[in-house]
Design a protein around this ligand. Structure first.
Ligand code: FAD
Length: 456
């Protein structure tokens, strides 16, 4: 009788995908027990370590996650790296269902010569650096330069541009990590060029982030009129969010208001969007000094989906910092997880991992790094429903013992786990540290310090 008993479900990764899946399973099955494993001593994934410090409202989802974690049938088990401290095989032995939601921790490379030069940095590491992600706090970024190039036209690119150009007095009031605040306050950067391989109709950032860039104090947007000629005629036919976004770019470039023009006249800094360019080479001796960019033409019937084709024209551009923001990708954390190295995701059908009964995946590890928290939430809810359905359909083995076996292994290895109550000690400590300097929180950046504060 494998189908009667208690459904013990484990989730790997305490980001939005993990928490929303847990929420749905707990709601959908009154007997299910859900354990969430997280490699860091702190929960919430990219909500803590990705979302920009000046977007505190986005982090309100943490309240919902906290409610989920506070339920009797839910246990947060932090400071445990699956694939290192505990294997997937161990989890499969202990749990009726294993849900993988460990995100996309790695970044994509440009694959061009010069990518290893100093001050060519991945946006992922830069974001980790300013958000206090322990693995990135020692990032060597030289801001004693005037011009930065960001490669990529997504929201992360604009987040990074905004942080580089934002007045320090505004940044000071956020939960940005102190080491990066210190470095940014000495920054000489006054020009940021955001480069994309396609045109204005294909950008991947959204209107909120664009609007914030346009309204950045003391900073002028520079858009080339040549890129927008004729765009007004196409706007009407675009789907609504794309139409509004394109309209805003068009107006900023072609029809700025008198107020804007007056404001931008005195601006000390600037940022620009460059279109239809792909990096071919990054120059420099030790430090980066510039790039060679190939000029692209666009091809394809559907305007919004047009693709970039490299021409033989090139242009050289000087700069002292290059940030690569062309997407995140997942890694294989354990050889027992099927993985598609090309797409950087776990192959699955409706969240069920192909060829692995009882194994599920959700969030960025299953879709790739696309969409916002809301997208992740909708998908994770569906994953939760799928797990509940499989429990109810008698597909899963409900005689598995759950976390007791795992704790035996962790104890034998001397791994110190962090519970949700322990995390609340860290949380309170950080908020207190922040209060002292007028910030909503000062994040701890040292894992052993986090663990010791957690256990107080
Ligand atoms: P993640 O949030 O990455 O969570 C994965 C978790 O798994 C992490 O906690 C990680 O530590 C853990 N993990 C990894 N490996 C292991 C392992 N081996 N063992 C145990 N645990 C492991 N969306 C918005 O709506 N608004 C925004 O303003 C916004 N800003 C963003 C800014 C940046 C820079 C980025 C990258 C994304 C942003 N997003 C934003 C998107 C949003 O963060 C994602 O949609 C969402 O976080 C994806 O959730 P996830 O759970 O799949 O991944």
């Amino acid at each position: 009788q494998l189908t009667t008993g208690q459904p013990n479900v484990c989730i790997v990764g305490a980001g939005p995908a993990g928490f929303y899946t847990a929420q749905q399973i707990l709601k959908g099955n009154p007997n299910a027990v859900v354990d969430i494993y997280e490699k860091l001593p702190v929960p919430f994934g990219l909500v803590r370590y990705g979302v920009a410090p000046d977007h505190p409202e986005v982090k309100n989802v943490i309240n919902t996650f906290t409610q989920t974690a506070s339920k009797d049938r839910c246990t947060f088990i932090g400071n445990v790296t699956i694939g290192k401290d505990i294997s997937i095989a161990d989890l499969q032995k202990a749990y009726s269902a294993v849900v993988l939601s460990y995100g996309a921790d790695n970044d994509r490379l440009l694959g061009v010569p010069g990518e290893n030069l100093k001050n060519v940095i991945s946006a992922r590491s830069f974001v980790g650096w300013y958000n206090g992600l322990p693995q990135d706090i020692d990032l060597q970024v030289n801001l004693d330069v005037e011009k930065a190039v960001i490669i990529g036209h997504g929201n992360v690119a604009l987040d990074v541009a905004r942080i580089l150009l934002m007045p320090i007095d505004l940044l000071k009031k956020t939960d940005i990590s102190q080491h990066s605040l210190d470095a940014l306050s000495k920054s000489r950067i006054k020009e940021v060029i955001v480069i994309g391989r396609r045109g204005p109709l294909q950008v991947a950032f959204t209107i909120k982030e664009l609007r914030e860039m346009i309204r950045l104090p003391d900073c002028k947007p520079v858009l080339s009129q040549a890129d927008f000629i004729g765009v007004d005629k196409l706007i009407q036919d675009l789907p609504r969010p794309r139409r509004r976004l394109t309209e805003l770019m068009y107006k900023t470039c072609m029809e700025p208001t008198d107020k804007d023009v007056k404001l931008w006249k005195t601006a000390q800094k600037s940022w620009s969007l460059s279109f239809c360019m792909s990096p071919l080479e990054i120059f420099g001796d030790k430090d980066v000094t510039g790039l060679k960019l190939g000029i692209n033409k666009l091809q394809g019937e559907d305007l919004v989906k047009q693709s970039a084709i490299l021409t033989d024209q090139t242009v050289d551009m000087s700069c002292g910092l290059v940030l690569r923001s062309i997407g995140y990708k997942s890694i294989v954390i354990d050889p027992d997880i099927p993985f598609d190295t090309k797409s950087g995701t776990i192959p699955n059908k409706d969240s069920r991992v192909e060829g692995k009964p009882g194994m599920y995946c959700t969030g960025w590890v299953s879709t790739g790094p696309v969409g916002v928290i809301l997208t992740t939430m909708n998908q994770a809810f569906e994953t939760g429903k799928t797990v509940v359905k499989d429990i109810n359909d008698g597909i899963l083995d409900l005689t598995k013992p759950g976390k007791s076996d795992i704790f035996n292994i962790l104890n034998s290895k001397g791994v110190q786990t962090v519970s949700f109550k322990d995390w609340e000690n860290i949380d309170q400590f950080e908020v207190k540290q922040g209060e002292d300097v007028g910030k909503p929180r000062e994040k701890m950046v040292d894992i052993s310090q986090m663990v010791s504060v957690a256990k107080k």
